[in-house]
Design a protein around this ligand. Structure first.
Ligand SMILES: Nc1ncnc2c1ncn2[C@@H]1O[C@H](COP(=O)(O)OP(=O)(O)OP(=O)(O)O)[C@@H](O)[C@H]1O
Ligand SMILES: [Zn+2]
Length: 711
């Protein structure tokens, strides 16, 4: 799934603008473009000293060096995106000598020196990184690449080419002698425009069969279905990119999955098709990549993937030819499936395994599943499919049973919180633990969502506090919540309506408010919240004497909320119905509550009716209106009016406007309408008593044929 699509958490617009403003500060104020940086990088010249250091050519003459510079840029054909820069490797001899992969210990030390001694060109890049807030993270390989990239003074130089110029890198042994560098569709850092990461490897040892296969899944000039994904971009654009796990030990809350996959790896028991399923943002794609890397890792150590060998470097930089992430939607094409099967039936290019990671596999058509599974027998022993989905129920069960399934559970709040704290420390973000706990609780088991919220809070440049988190996530603080509950329980109609409207108009979604209120009430009922936890709370506890009456009131409120929650799911007018619900908190039965409040003088059996009313969701609005109408008719003094209203009238809607409820009442015969008109004051008064606010009534005549049958 595209990262951009997933990385979204609803935040108030103002916060987003602040974050955007920060990004904009990197832009040219005149043109609002990033080209300033690209130009700065463009104008950099090869730094002689730097090149010497970098290439380990310290004892070569200047003329050697110049010729090196010339040979490194043999043919450059403009910047048109249709043309390619052809860059020839200058030190082929060195490369040939060292094809075997080795660990790059010397380079690591060397790179640290490189990183520490910034040349001017590097300062440009580093400054930009610092501004983006992701400067502190440097995985050794990425840091090495960075050091090389910043030393090589042209943005048109590919990373691979840079490596070929670097003696340190020859120890890794890239099997390349020619590299194409694209000047568009870059997958680079996002600041300069042509840091390329798409080398084309031509391994002379590969069979023509295998070479023909390139690009993977291409079919007669069609666009390849594999996605141009850089799973671990050099310049991460979000915390979740930056902290994307690279090894099994980095995975949070996936002990069972990790252990099982590690065991399979150690025993060499590799299934042809895996299915990773579970809620979003729980690490399925990351685990698939780690597993793929472990399958191909060249390290002899037990700890795989090592992250340093050629295969690991290729995979984590999105350049592996044997590990491909495919878009399920694009695979639903006959030719593409054919190409996929063909590709899977051939041996890997350079690795042990060919791994096809198919995300969102619920979008694969039945034929595609059939094609894959029918050919499993014929596939290369070294091909592995990893299907990923958030919705296993949509998959064809006959094929699912042939896969090795792994369930990715929601990640526990405590694990998420721990991870967020670690990130804050690494990022140098100041935070309050309760804020981080709150983010964890709000992210519903998705570590990515939690990281995204943290990311957005981090951009505000302030200490991450609970109130800041509340504001960003769109929830109401305990103080405000208690205040609202207090008003509602006290039947303070006007203020309840004003406060509820205020909160729901801009700050919080009605469903979220219901859930928060219900949680608060449950906390109070269960004794988790004690009097005195805040001033407003104390007021609530004092006023409503929670040892006795208040508890009953709260239970009543909870019942109303649970009923309203069902109703809101299908209602278009959520804010209004939640306000109606709040107004009912304070109009409970006196006898039930033994309340002395004059407002609560209703002989309320409605509350019981509420309890009995369990209706299909699409009837909830209607049920609610009917309940209010029953209570209203019962409130009328005259028993004939009571019977008349109940039998002939129908409350069809209520809307609220500045503390005023507008009730529409339908009658189905002109005589009934005129009878009701004569008693309108009594009806309005009864409704006011029930709703606890001022009421305006509108009487309507509607055709008898649409008269509703009571639920
Ligand atoms: N279990 C985890 N351990 C460590 N990081 C995780 C985990 N789950 C999610 N993340 C974080 O969230 C980001 C996205 O994770 P990933 O793409 O693997 O999730 P996913 O389950 O594949 O999500 P989706 O179902 O939306 O595709 C990672 O980059 C990482 O920062
Ligand atoms: Zn490795």
């Amino acid at each position: 799934m595209a990262e951009g699509r997933r990385n979204s958490v609803d935040v108030p617009l103002s916060k987003t603008l602040v974050a955007l403003k920060r990004v904009r500060s990197l832009r040219d104020p005149d043109t609002n473009s990033m080209s300033k940086f690209a130009m700065a990088i463009n104008s950099m010249n090869l730094d002689d000293v730097g090149l010497k250091e970098l290439h380990g050519f310290g004892n070569e003459s200047e003329s050697d060096h110049n010729s090196l510079k010339k040979s490194s840029m043999v043919r450059i054909r403009g910047t048109d995106s249709r043309k390619a820069y052809m860059v020839r490797k200058p030190c082929r001899q060195r490369m040939k000598k060292s094809k075997e992969p080795k660990l790059v210990t010397r380079s690591m030390k060397y790179l640290e020196e490189e990183v520490n001694s910034c040349s001017e060109s590097r300062v440009d890049r580093t400054v930009v990184r610092k501004k983006s807030g992701y400067h502190s993270w440097r995985k050794p390989v990425a840091a090495l690449e960075d050091a090389i990239m910043s030393r090589v003074g042209t943005p048109c130089m590919s990373m691979s080419e840079s490596r070929t110029n670097c003696s340190s890198w020859t120890t890794i042994g890239f099997p390349t002698d020619e590299v194409d560098v694209r000047d568009s569709n870059f997958n680079g850092c996002g600041i300069s425009y042509c840091w390329s990461r798409t080398p084309r490897y031509r391994d002379p040892n590969l069979s023509p069969d295998v070479r023909e296969e390139h690009p993977l899944l291409s079919s007669e000039g069609r666009e390849p279905a594999s996605r141009e994904i850089v799973p671990y971009p050099e310049t991460p654009r979000s915390l979740s990119q930056k902290f994307r796990p690279r090894s099994f030990s980095d995975l949070v809350g996936l002990m069972v999955v990790s252990n099982s996959l590690l065991y399979a790896l150690s025993k060499g028991k590799i299934a042809p098709v895996y299915l990773f399923h579970g809620p979003r943002g729980t690490g399925k794609t990351s685990t698939a990549r780690i597993f793929a890397a472990a399958l191909n890792c060249l390290s002899l150590e037990e700890h795989r993937p090592c992250g340093f060998c050629r295969e690991c470097v290729f995979l984590f930089s999105g350049r592996s030819r044997d590990v491909k992430e495919l878009d399920a939607a694009k695979l639903n094409h006959k030719d593409r499936v054919k190409a996929l099967i063909k590709s899977a039936s051939l041996s890997p290019f350079s690795s042990h395994f060919k791994v096809f990671i198919i995300d969102e596999c619920q979008f694969l058509r039945g034929e595609t599943w059939a094609a894959i599974f029918n050919s499993v027998e014929n596939l290369s022993q070294h091909s592995v499919f990893i299907m990923i989905t958030t919705d296993p129920a949509k998959l064809p069960s006959s094929y699912v049973s042939q896969t090795q399934r792994y369930h990715f559970p929601k990640i526990k709040d405590v694990d998420i919180s721990f991870r967020l704290q670690k990130i804050c420390i690494e990022e140098g973000l100041e935070f309050d633990k309760d804020a981080v706990d709150f983010i964890a609780a709000k992210s519903n088991g998705s570590l990515r969502d939690a990281e995204t919220i943290l990311d957005q809070l981090g951009l505000l440049g302030k200490r991450i506090t609970l109130s800041l988190a509340y504001e960003l996530v769109g929830v109401v603080s305990d103080k405000e919540l208690l205040n609202l509950l207090d008003l509602a329980l006290s039947a303070d109609t006007t203020n309840t309506v004003i406060r509820a409207r205020d909160l729901m108009s801009s700050r919080i979604d009605p469903m979220q408010l219901i859930s928060q209120l219900a949680n608060l009430i449950m906390d109070i009922l269960s004794g988790r919240r004690q009097p005195g936890f805040c001033n407003v709370g104390r007021n609530l506890f004092d006023t409503h004497d929670l040892t006795d009456i208040g508890m009953q009131k709260l239970r009543h409120a909870l019942k109303i909320l649970s009923e309203t929650e069902k109703q809101l799911r299908t209602s278009k007018n959520q804010a209004t119905w939640l306000t109606v619900a709040l107004l009912q908190f304070g109009t409970g039965d006196d006898e039930n509550f033994c309340s002395s409040s004059p407002r609560n003088s209703l002989k309320n059996s409605d509350c019981d009716e509420h309890n009995r009313t369990i209706c299909p969701e699409n009837h909830c609005d209607r049920t609610k209106l009917e309940a209010i109408w029953r209570r209203t008719s019962r409130k009328c003094q005259s028993s004939s009016l009571k019977i008349f209203l109940q039998k002939e009238g129908n409350l069809s809607s209520i809307s609220f406007n500045d503390g005023l409820a507008i009730a529409e009442i339908e009658f189905f015969h002109p005589d009934h309408l005129s009878k009701a008109e004569k008693s309108w004051k009594l009806i309005a008064h009864s409704l006011e008593d029930v709703l606890g606010c001022n009421v305006q009534i509108r009487l309507k005549l509607v055709p008898a044929c649409i008269k509703k049958v009571p639920v």
